[in-house]
Design a protein around this ligand. Structure first.
Ligand code: BGC
Length: 354
């Protein structure tokens, strides 16, 4: 299947009978399985230094498990990745109320976000690359957001084995958008245990401190001298137990990093993750100004992956490229407003190696 077009198979059914399909594609040594439900990356396999493949993303083996209670495993997140305080924002003097699905706040687009929709998928090949084009129409007022949003996400596997995501959206009324991907990475393989020995580097000198509801308290603070400093690669677990007022609410790291490169026209390096045991590496480059690093703190052993193993705290981590949390209420943050006639475009590239 190397470099070939994606293959579609039956994956399951939703409660209303709707069919969920799985699309398999492979290129440059990377194998991807994507569901039309949520645009979910159900499996992402890459080789280790001996050429042995493992699925390095957490997920489930059935639709029922995804529907019953997935903490966004592998999913596309929209319309708005991360939190909006009190689920409320004002745009052009009109105030909008979103579902409060995370305590008092709105998280990841509300309780029926893009991670729970069936996306229309079309496979494509373009030169040496193979990919999937995912499309979703979100009607005006969907989850409280104004404007009909036409969202289009392209998953490309390049001949070099990179997984590239291009996000695009347009609207017919002013709205806010912040799309991201919520893969839970474990480069040793899903279900293999903790990622605390993985080494992580994040190209950010500042992060956003948060309150008990994980809403930014103000502007960026320096990571220097805190457990949140990943400017030089270090084991993920090294400072996770260092007592710091900012680790208490998040039970580890669950913070937006303000990338030093800022918002860029082309994807630029944001983070590098490396598993010393398998040799597998992941490099993330993005056009986005922020990166939510979530250290898998809320995994509690109650979910079982496709390999039959439970997922416990720290068994994976997320590196979500995005704009900053609560941007619609923070005029000082890079804007997440999209107006008619404009095209929202962001790109994130995941490169794998050993
Ligand atoms: C958030 C976490 C949340 C997780 C799963 C992450 O993007 O930052 O706070 O627990 O998603 O819901």
């Amino acid at each position: 299947m190397e470099g070939g077009k994606a293959v579609k198979t039956f994956f399951g059914r939703l409660a209303d009978g709707a069919e969920v399909s799985s699309w398999s594609l492979e290129n440059g040594g990377t194998r991807l399985k994507v569901l039309d439900y949520g645009g979910i990356v159900q499996s992402l396999e890459i080789p280790d230094r001996h050429g042995r493949y493992a699925n390095v993303s957490l997920g489930f083996g059935s639709v029922e498990d995804y529907v019953a209670g997935s903490p966004y495993f592998g999913a596309l997140i929209g319309r708005f990745g991360n939190r909006i305080a009190e689920g409320r924002f004002t745009l052009d003097d009109e105030s909008h109320q979103l579902p409060r699905n995370d305590g008092a706040h709105s998280l990841h687009g509300g309780d029926e976000g893009f991670d729970r929709r069936i996306w229309r998928i079309e496979p494509f090949t373009e030169g040496p690359d193979v990919g999937l084009l995912l499309r979703l129409t979100s009607p005006d007022g969907d989850m409280g957001y104004p404007g009909t949003l036409q969202a289009q996400v392209t998953y490309t596997l390049t001949d070099g084995g990179d997984w590239r995501i291009d996000y695009q959206a347009t609207t017919d009324r002013a709205t806010v958008v912040n799309l991201t991907s919520h893969v839970y990475w474990n480069l040793a393989g899903e279900g293999s245990g903790s990622v605390h020995d993985h080494e992580l580097e994040i190209a950010a000198s500042r992060y956003l401190p948060v309150d008990a509801g994980l809403i930014p308290t103000g502007g960026p603070a320096d990571v220097a001298g805190t457990p949140f400093d990943f400017r030089t690669a270090k084991p993920v677990g090294r400072d996770l137990r260092v007592a710091h007022e900012q680790s208490l609410h998040s039970k580890g790291v669950d913070h937006n990093y303000v990338l030093d490169k800022g918002l860029t026209a082309r994807p630029e390096p944001a983070a590098v993750l490396r598993d010393p045991a398998s040799g597998r590496t992941l490099t993330i480059a993005t056009t986005e100004p922020g990166l939510q690093f979530y250290s898998g703190n809320f995994l509690d052993g109650s979910l079982v992956g496709p390999g039959g193993r439970t997922y416990r705290q720290g068994d994976a981590l997320c590196l979500e490229t995005q704009h900053y949390p609560d941007s619609p209420n923070r005029p000082e943050f890079p804007s997440t407003v999209l107006r008619p006639g404009e095209v929202y475009r962001t790109t994130t590239v995941h490169s794998f190696g050993v």
